[in-house]
Design a protein around this ligand. Sequence first.
Ligand SMILES: Nc1ncnc2c1ncn2[C@@H]1O[C@H](COP(=O)(O)OP(=O)(O)OP(=O)(O)O)[C@@H](O)[C@H]1O
Ligand SMILES: [Mg+2]
Length: 381
Amino acid sequence: MTATAIRPNKAAETLPDEIKVSELHKYHGRQLRNIVVSYQIGEPKWRNTAQKDKLIEKLTEHFPGGVIQVPKAGEIMPGKKMVKTKVAETAAAVKAEPPLPGLLLPKSDETFVFSTNTRAYVSALGRMAKNGEDVMNTLLAGPQGCGKTSVAYEFAARMNMPLLKMNCPMVREPRDWFGAKMAAEGRVYWDKALFAEGVARGNVVVLLDEITRATPQVLNTLLPLLDWTRETYVEEAKELLKVGPNTFFFATANIGAQFTGTFKLDSALADRFGAIVECAFLPDVEEAGLLVKRSGISEDVAKRMVKVATLVRAENQNTGRLTETVSTRTLLEVARLYSAMQEKAFHFTVLPKFSADGGKQSERAQVVGFIQGQFPGFTLN
Ligand SMILES: Nc1ncnc2c1ncn2[C@@H]1O[C@H](COP(=O)(O)OP(=O)(O)OP(=O)(O)O)[C@@H](O)[C@H]1O
Ligand SMILES: [Mg+2]
Protein backbone atom coordinates (compact mmCIF):
# COMPACT_ATOMS: atom_id res chain seq x y z
CA MET A 1 0.00 0.00 0.00
CA THR A 2 1.22 3.47 -0.72
CA ALA A 3 1.55 6.42 1.60
CA THR A 4 -1.36 8.80 1.40
CA ALA A 5 -1.71 12.30 2.81
CA ILE A 6 -4.56 12.36 5.27
CA ARG A 7 -4.85 16.01 6.15
CA PRO A 8 -4.16 19.27 4.42
CA ASN A 9 -1.42 21.41 5.85
CA LYS A 10 -3.13 23.20 8.71
CA ALA A 11 -0.51 25.89 8.93
CA ALA A 12 -1.55 27.13 5.50
CA GLU A 13 -5.22 27.60 6.48
CA THR A 14 -6.73 30.70 7.93
CA LEU A 15 -8.70 29.98 11.04
CA PRO A 16 -12.33 31.12 11.00
CA ASP A 17 -13.80 33.15 13.85
CA GLU A 18 -16.40 30.55 14.51
CA ILE A 19 -16.01 26.82 14.36
CA LYS A 20 -18.93 24.43 14.48
CA VAL A 21 -18.61 21.78 17.16
CA SER A 22 -19.02 19.12 14.52
CA GLU A 23 -16.10 20.57 12.60
CA LEU A 24 -13.64 20.83 15.46
CA HIS A 25 -11.76 17.82 14.17
CA LYS A 26 -10.85 19.72 11.02
CA TYR A 27 -8.69 22.00 13.11
CA HIS A 28 -7.23 19.22 15.18
CA GLY A 29 -3.79 20.04 16.53
CA ARG A 30 -3.90 23.81 15.97
CA GLN A 31 -2.29 25.69 18.78
CA LEU A 32 -5.18 27.80 19.93
CA ARG A 33 -4.04 29.78 22.91
CA ASN A 34 -7.33 31.26 23.89
CA ILE A 35 -10.53 29.47 23.10
CA VAL A 36 -13.67 31.36 24.05
CA VAL A 37 -16.91 29.50 23.84
CA SER A 38 -19.44 32.22 23.31
CA TYR A 39 -22.52 30.26 22.37
CA GLN A 40 -23.96 27.15 23.66
CA ILE A 41 -26.49 25.05 21.97
CA GLY A 42 -30.16 25.83 22.12
CA GLU A 43 -31.17 22.22 22.41
CA PRO A 44 -31.98 21.34 26.05
CA LYS A 45 -29.59 18.40 26.09
CA TRP A 46 -26.68 20.81 25.90
CA ARG A 47 -27.88 22.91 28.80
CA ASN A 48 -26.29 20.82 31.47
CA THR A 49 -22.93 20.32 33.04
CA ALA A 50 -22.29 16.91 31.55
CA GLN A 51 -22.66 18.25 28.05
CA LYS A 52 -20.49 21.21 28.89
CA ASP A 53 -17.81 18.90 30.26
CA LYS A 54 -18.04 16.89 27.11
CA LEU A 55 -17.49 19.98 25.03
CA ILE A 56 -14.47 20.98 27.10
CA GLU A 57 -13.11 17.47 26.73
CA LYS A 58 -13.50 17.74 22.98
CA LEU A 59 -11.80 21.11 22.85
CA THR A 60 -8.92 19.86 24.99
CA GLU A 61 -8.52 16.85 22.80
CA HIS A 62 -8.36 18.90 19.62
CA PHE A 63 -6.48 21.89 20.97
CA PRO A 64 -4.11 20.64 23.64
CA GLY A 65 -2.56 23.50 25.61
CA GLY A 66 -5.32 25.99 24.79
CA VAL A 67 -6.94 28.04 27.54
CA ILE A 68 -10.64 27.36 27.33
CA GLN A 69 -13.23 29.82 28.60
CA VAL A 70 -16.71 28.39 28.64
CA PRO A 71 -19.78 30.19 30.06
CA LYS A 72 -20.85 28.91 33.48
CA ALA A 73 -23.91 26.70 33.60
CA GLY A 74 -26.25 29.58 34.34
CA GLU A 75 -24.79 31.66 31.55
CA ILE A 76 -25.36 29.10 28.88
CA MET A 77 -27.46 30.85 26.34
CA PRO A 78 -29.67 29.31 23.75
CA GLY A 79 -28.14 30.01 20.42
CA LYS A 80 -26.37 28.50 17.52
CA LYS A 81 -24.47 25.29 17.81
CA MET A 82 -21.16 27.03 17.61
CA VAL A 83 -17.94 27.44 19.40
CA LYS A 84 -16.44 30.83 18.96
CA THR A 85 -12.70 30.94 19.06
CA LYS A 86 -10.32 33.76 19.65
CA VAL A 87 -6.88 32.99 18.57
CA ALA A 88 -4.04 34.87 20.13
CA GLU A 89 -1.37 33.60 17.84
CA THR A 90 -2.56 31.84 14.75
CA ALA A 91 1.00 31.79 13.50
CA ALA A 92 1.73 29.28 16.20
CA ALA A 93 -0.25 26.66 14.35
CA VAL A 94 1.52 23.39 14.64
CA LYS A 95 2.69 21.49 11.62
CA ALA A 96 0.23 18.95 10.30
CA GLU A 97 0.84 15.39 11.40
CA PRO A 98 2.79 13.43 8.83
CA PRO A 99 0.67 11.21 6.60
CA LEU A 100 0.10 7.70 7.86
CA PRO A 101 1.28 5.16 5.29
CA GLY A 102 -1.16 2.35 4.74
CA LEU A 103 -4.40 4.29 4.91
CA LEU A 104 -6.50 4.36 1.77
CA LEU A 105 -8.23 7.40 0.37
CA PRO A 106 -11.19 5.92 -1.47
CA LYS A 107 -12.79 7.89 -4.27
CA SER A 108 -16.54 7.88 -4.59
CA ASP A 109 -17.78 5.53 -7.30
CA GLU A 110 -20.57 7.28 -9.17
CA THR A 111 -22.03 4.01 -10.33
CA PHE A 112 -22.42 2.67 -6.81
CA VAL A 113 -26.06 2.09 -5.88
CA PHE A 114 -27.12 2.20 -2.26
CA SER A 115 -30.22 0.21 -1.40
CA THR A 116 -32.87 2.41 0.20
CA ASN A 117 -32.22 1.07 3.70
CA THR A 118 -28.47 1.29 3.51
CA ARG A 119 -28.63 4.82 2.17
CA ALA A 120 -30.95 5.86 5.00
CA TYR A 121 -28.59 4.37 7.56
CA VAL A 122 -25.30 5.76 6.28
CA SER A 123 -26.85 9.21 5.86
CA ALA A 124 -28.06 9.11 9.45
CA LEU A 125 -24.62 8.01 10.63
CA GLY A 126 -23.00 10.88 8.74
CA ARG A 127 -25.47 13.35 10.22
CA MET A 128 -24.87 12.09 13.75
CA ALA A 129 -21.14 12.55 13.31
CA LYS A 130 -21.65 16.05 11.92
CA ASN A 131 -23.74 16.93 14.97
CA GLY A 132 -20.88 15.84 17.20
CA GLU A 133 -22.81 12.84 18.53
CA ASP A 134 -21.16 9.53 19.39
CA VAL A 135 -21.60 7.12 16.53
CA MET A 136 -22.25 3.41 16.75
CA ASN A 137 -20.22 0.58 15.29
CA THR A 138 -21.77 -0.84 12.14
CA LEU A 139 -22.00 -4.46 11.04
CA LEU A 140 -22.79 -4.98 7.36
CA ALA A 141 -24.18 -8.49 7.02
CA GLY A 142 -25.37 -10.25 3.91
CA PRO A 143 -24.61 -12.62 1.05
CA GLN A 144 -21.33 -12.60 -0.82
CA GLY A 145 -20.77 -10.04 -3.53
CA CYS A 146 -23.72 -7.80 -2.69
CA GLY A 147 -21.60 -4.72 -2.00
CA LYS A 148 -20.83 -4.84 1.74
CA THR A 149 -17.17 -3.90 1.48
CA SER A 150 -18.06 -1.26 -1.10
CA VAL A 151 -20.47 0.41 1.33
CA ALA A 152 -17.61 1.11 3.76
CA TYR A 153 -15.45 2.44 0.91
CA GLU A 154 -18.27 4.67 -0.29
CA PHE A 155 -18.96 5.94 3.20
CA ALA A 156 -15.30 6.91 3.65
CA ALA A 157 -15.22 8.55 0.23
CA ARG A 158 -18.37 10.56 0.86
CA MET A 159 -17.20 11.60 4.33
CA ASN A 160 -13.87 12.56 2.78
CA MET A 161 -12.08 10.38 5.31
CA PRO A 162 -9.26 7.88 4.99
CA LEU A 163 -10.04 4.20 5.27
CA LEU A 164 -8.11 1.73 7.38
CA LYS A 165 -8.96 -1.68 6.00
CA MET A 166 -8.17 -4.71 8.10
CA ASN A 167 -8.41 -7.94 6.20
CA CYS A 168 -9.57 -10.06 9.15
CA PRO A 169 -8.65 -13.51 7.75
CA MET A 170 -5.05 -12.29 7.71
CA VAL A 171 -5.13 -11.15 11.32
CA ARG A 172 -3.64 -14.10 13.14
CA GLU A 173 -2.46 -12.67 16.44
CA PRO A 174 -3.21 -9.70 18.68
CA ARG A 175 0.11 -8.19 17.59
CA ASP A 176 -1.41 -7.66 14.14
CA TRP A 177 -3.79 -5.18 15.75
CA PHE A 178 -1.51 -3.58 18.28
CA GLY A 179 2.16 -4.04 17.46
CA ALA A 180 5.19 -5.95 18.59
CA LYS A 181 8.41 -5.55 20.48
CA MET A 182 11.35 -5.30 18.13
CA ALA A 183 15.08 -5.05 18.66
CA ALA A 184 17.56 -2.94 16.75
CA GLU A 185 21.09 -1.85 17.60
CA GLY A 186 20.83 -3.46 21.01
CA ARG A 187 17.65 -1.60 21.90
CA VAL A 188 14.18 -2.97 22.31
CA TYR A 189 11.39 -0.79 21.00
CA TRP A 190 7.65 -1.02 20.44
CA ASP A 191 6.65 -1.18 16.79
CA LYS A 192 3.08 0.03 16.74
CA ALA A 193 0.82 -1.65 14.22
CA LEU A 194 -1.03 0.39 11.61
CA PHE A 195 -4.37 -0.48 13.19
CA ALA A 196 -3.38 0.89 16.62
CA GLU A 197 -1.85 3.98 15.09
CA GLY A 198 -4.81 4.75 12.84
CA VAL A 199 -7.40 4.10 15.54
CA ALA A 200 -5.56 6.31 18.03
CA ARG A 201 -5.30 9.20 15.58
CA GLY A 202 -8.97 9.10 14.72
CA ASN A 203 -10.76 10.81 11.83
CA VAL A 204 -10.81 7.49 10.08
CA VAL A 205 -13.18 4.80 8.85
CA VAL A 206 -11.94 1.44 10.15
CA LEU A 207 -13.15 -1.52 8.14
CA LEU A 208 -12.92 -4.93 9.78
CA ASP A 209 -13.49 -6.81 6.57
CA GLU A 210 -14.80 -10.38 6.74
CA ILE A 211 -14.82 -10.30 10.50
CA THR A 212 -16.22 -13.84 10.81
CA ARG A 213 -13.09 -15.21 9.18
CA ALA A 214 -10.87 -14.17 12.08
CA THR A 215 -10.63 -16.45 15.10
CA PRO A 216 -12.63 -15.51 18.20
CA GLN A 217 -9.36 -15.36 20.19
CA VAL A 218 -8.00 -12.64 17.94
CA LEU A 219 -11.29 -10.74 17.92
CA ASN A 220 -11.68 -10.87 21.70
CA THR A 221 -8.77 -8.48 22.04
CA LEU A 222 -10.87 -5.85 20.26
CA LEU A 223 -13.80 -6.01 22.67
CA PRO A 224 -12.77 -3.11 24.93
CA LEU A 225 -12.03 -0.84 21.99
CA LEU A 226 -15.45 -1.44 20.54
CA ASP A 227 -17.44 -0.84 23.70
CA TRP A 228 -18.31 2.47 25.31
CA THR A 229 -14.92 2.78 27.01
CA ARG A 230 -13.29 3.05 23.58
CA GLU A 231 -9.93 2.11 25.06
CA THR A 232 -7.80 -0.87 25.90
CA TYR A 233 -4.59 -1.41 27.81
CA VAL A 234 -1.90 -2.95 25.68
CA GLU A 235 0.06 -4.85 28.28
CA GLU A 236 3.14 -5.56 26.17
CA ALA A 237 3.53 -1.91 25.23
CA LYS A 238 2.47 -0.69 28.69
CA GLU A 239 0.25 1.72 26.89
CA LEU A 240 -3.40 2.70 26.94
CA LEU A 241 -4.79 2.70 23.43
CA LYS A 242 -7.67 5.14 23.11
CA VAL A 243 -9.91 5.41 20.10
CA GLY A 244 -9.37 8.84 18.50
CA PRO A 245 -12.16 11.27 17.64
CA ASN A 246 -14.37 10.58 14.65
CA THR A 247 -13.46 6.93 14.32
CA PHE A 248 -16.09 4.88 12.53
CA PHE A 249 -15.90 1.12 12.91
CA PHE A 250 -17.49 -0.97 10.16
CA ALA A 251 -17.34 -4.75 9.93
CA THR A 252 -18.55 -6.98 7.14
CA ALA A 253 -19.74 -10.56 7.49
CA ASN A 254 -21.38 -13.32 5.49
CA ILE A 255 -23.59 -14.72 8.18
CA GLY A 256 -25.44 -17.91 7.44
CA ALA A 257 -25.08 -21.67 7.36
CA GLN A 258 -23.79 -21.73 3.78
CA PHE A 259 -20.64 -19.84 4.61
CA THR A 260 -18.24 -22.60 5.41
CA GLY A 261 -14.91 -21.70 6.93
CA THR A 262 -16.38 -18.79 8.85
CA PHE A 263 -16.71 -18.49 12.60
CA LYS A 264 -19.99 -17.63 14.20
CA LEU A 265 -19.83 -14.05 15.38
CA ASP A 266 -19.45 -14.23 19.13
CA SER A 267 -22.45 -12.65 20.83
CA ALA A 268 -20.29 -10.32 22.96
CA LEU A 269 -18.70 -9.00 19.79
CA ALA A 270 -21.96 -8.83 17.85
CA ASP A 271 -23.45 -6.88 20.73
CA ARG A 272 -20.84 -4.16 20.30
CA PHE A 273 -22.12 -3.41 16.83
CA GLY A 274 -24.95 -1.08 17.70
CA ALA A 275 -26.25 -1.09 14.15
CA ILE A 276 -26.60 -4.13 11.94
CA VAL A 277 -27.30 -3.34 8.31
CA GLU A 278 -28.76 -6.33 6.54
CA CYS A 279 -27.44 -6.03 3.02
CA ALA A 280 -29.14 -7.76 0.13
CA PHE A 281 -28.83 -7.87 -3.62
CA LEU A 282 -30.22 -4.76 -5.28
CA PRO A 283 -33.78 -4.70 -6.59
CA ASP A 284 -33.99 -5.94 -10.23
CA VAL A 285 -34.26 -2.58 -11.94
CA GLU A 286 -31.38 -1.08 -10.03
CA GLU A 287 -29.14 -4.08 -10.51
CA ALA A 288 -29.85 -4.03 -14.25
CA GLY A 289 -29.10 -0.30 -14.31
CA LEU A 290 -25.76 -0.99 -12.62
CA LEU A 291 -24.86 -3.60 -15.27
CA VAL A 292 -25.69 -1.13 -18.04
CA LYS A 293 -23.62 1.63 -16.47
CA ARG A 294 -20.60 -0.51 -15.77
CA SER A 295 -20.46 -2.58 -18.96
CA GLY A 296 -22.42 -0.73 -21.64
CA ILE A 297 -24.70 -3.69 -22.46
CA SER A 298 -28.29 -2.88 -23.44
CA GLU A 299 -31.00 -2.51 -20.85
CA ASP A 300 -32.90 -5.45 -22.29
CA VAL A 301 -29.92 -7.81 -22.00
CA ALA A 302 -29.16 -6.53 -18.49
CA LYS A 303 -32.71 -7.21 -17.35
CA ARG A 304 -32.59 -10.75 -18.69
CA MET A 305 -29.29 -11.37 -16.91
CA VAL A 306 -30.75 -10.13 -13.66
CA LYS A 307 -33.74 -12.42 -14.19
CA VAL A 308 -31.40 -15.44 -14.41
CA ALA A 309 -29.68 -14.31 -11.21
CA THR A 310 -32.99 -13.81 -9.43
CA LEU A 311 -34.16 -17.33 -10.30
CA VAL A 312 -30.88 -18.82 -9.09
CA ARG A 313 -30.97 -16.76 -5.87
CA ALA A 314 -34.48 -17.93 -5.09
CA GLU A 315 -33.48 -21.58 -5.50
CA ASN A 316 -30.44 -20.96 -3.35
CA GLN A 317 -32.10 -19.01 -0.57
CA ASN A 318 -35.60 -20.43 -0.44
CA THR A 319 -35.44 -24.07 -1.43
CA GLY A 320 -31.72 -24.77 -1.09
CA ARG A 321 -31.90 -26.80 -4.33
CA LEU A 322 -28.97 -24.78 -5.63
CA THR A 323 -25.99 -24.68 -3.32
CA GLU A 324 -24.44 -21.58 -4.89
CA THR A 325 -25.78 -18.20 -5.85
CA VAL A 326 -25.10 -15.57 -8.50
CA SER A 327 -23.84 -12.40 -6.87
CA THR A 328 -23.78 -8.88 -8.20
CA ARG A 329 -20.03 -9.37 -8.53
CA THR A 330 -20.57 -12.38 -10.82
CA LEU A 331 -23.27 -10.61 -12.82
CA LEU A 332 -20.90 -7.72 -13.46
CA GLU A 333 -18.39 -10.20 -14.90
CA VAL A 334 -21.08 -11.80 -17.08
CA ALA A 335 -22.01 -8.35 -18.39
CA ARG A 336 -18.41 -7.43 -19.13
CA LEU A 337 -17.76 -10.65 -21.03
CA TYR A 338 -21.10 -10.43 -22.81
CA SER A 339 -19.92 -7.49 -24.89
CA ALA A 340 -17.15 -9.70 -26.29
CA MET A 341 -18.86 -13.10 -26.60
CA GLN A 342 -22.62 -12.67 -25.98
CA GLU A 343 -24.36 -15.40 -24.01
CA LYS A 344 -21.29 -17.66 -24.14
CA ALA A 345 -20.22 -15.45 -21.23
CA PHE A 346 -22.31 -17.65 -18.91
CA HIS A 347 -19.99 -20.59 -19.63
CA PHE A 348 -17.06 -18.85 -18.01
CA THR A 349 -18.77 -17.09 -15.16
CA VAL A 350 -21.96 -18.64 -13.85
CA LEU A 351 -21.91 -22.29 -14.93
CA PRO A 352 -18.58 -23.36 -13.39
CA LYS A 353 -20.04 -22.56 -9.97
CA PHE A 354 -22.64 -25.31 -10.30
CA SER A 355 -21.92 -29.01 -10.22
CA ALA A 356 -22.71 -31.08 -13.32
CA ASP A 357 -23.00 -34.24 -11.21
CA GLY A 358 -26.30 -35.98 -11.85
CA GLY A 359 -26.61 -35.10 -15.54
CA LYS A 360 -30.05 -33.77 -16.33
CA GLN A 361 -30.88 -33.56 -12.63
CA SER A 362 -27.74 -31.63 -11.80
CA GLU A 363 -27.58 -28.12 -10.41
CA ARG A 364 -25.88 -27.04 -13.61
CA ALA A 365 -28.70 -28.41 -15.77
CA GLN A 366 -31.19 -26.42 -13.73
CA VAL A 367 -29.20 -23.22 -14.20
CA VAL A 368 -28.84 -23.88 -17.94
CA GLY A 369 -32.64 -24.03 -18.03
CA PHE A 370 -32.86 -20.60 -16.38
CA ILE A 371 -30.37 -19.13 -18.85
CA GLN A 372 -32.17 -20.62 -21.85
CA GLY A 373 -35.42 -19.20 -20.56
CA GLN A 374 -33.95 -15.71 -20.96
CA PHE A 375 -31.42 -16.31 -23.75
CA PRO A 376 -33.04 -18.87 -26.08
CA GLY A 377 -29.92 -19.10 -28.26
CA PHE A 378 -27.81 -20.37 -25.36
CA THR A 379 -26.38 -23.86 -25.86
CA LEU A 380 -23.96 -25.96 -23.90
CA ASN A 381 -21.54 -26.18 -26.83
N1 LIG B 1 -24.99 -1.91 -4.77
C1 LIG B 1 -23.94 -1.96 -5.58
N2 LIG B 1 -23.64 -0.90 -6.38
C2 LIG B 1 -22.56 -0.93 -7.16
N3 LIG B 1 -21.71 -1.98 -7.24
C3 LIG B 1 -21.97 -3.04 -6.49
C4 LIG B 1 -23.08 -3.10 -5.62
N4 LIG B 1 -23.07 -4.29 -5.00
C5 LIG B 1 -22.00 -4.94 -5.46
N5 LIG B 1 -21.33 -4.18 -6.34
C6 LIG B 1 -20.10 -4.54 -7.04
O1 LIG B 1 -19.91 -5.92 -6.86
C7 LIG B 1 -18.56 -6.20 -6.55
C8 LIG B 1 -18.49 -6.86 -5.20
O2 LIG B 1 -18.80 -5.91 -4.18
P1 LIG B 1 -18.20 -6.05 -2.72
O3 LIG B 1 -16.80 -6.57 -2.80
O4 LIG B 1 -18.43 -4.78 -2.03
O5 LIG B 1 -19.15 -7.17 -2.13
P2 LIG B 1 -19.14 -7.89 -0.73
O6 LIG B 1 -20.55 -7.98 -0.29
O7 LIG B 1 -18.17 -7.24 0.17
O8 LIG B 1 -18.63 -9.34 -1.14
P3 LIG B 1 -17.90 -10.48 -0.24
O9 LIG B 1 -18.94 -10.99 0.70
O10 LIG B 1 -17.53 -11.53 -1.23
O11 LIG B 1 -16.76 -9.83 0.43
C9 LIG B 1 -17.82 -4.88 -6.63
O12 LIG B 1 -17.27 -4.75 -7.93
C10 LIG B 1 -18.89 -3.86 -6.42
O13 LIG B 1 -18.56 -2.66 -7.06
MG1 LIG C 1 -16.37 -7.95 0.98
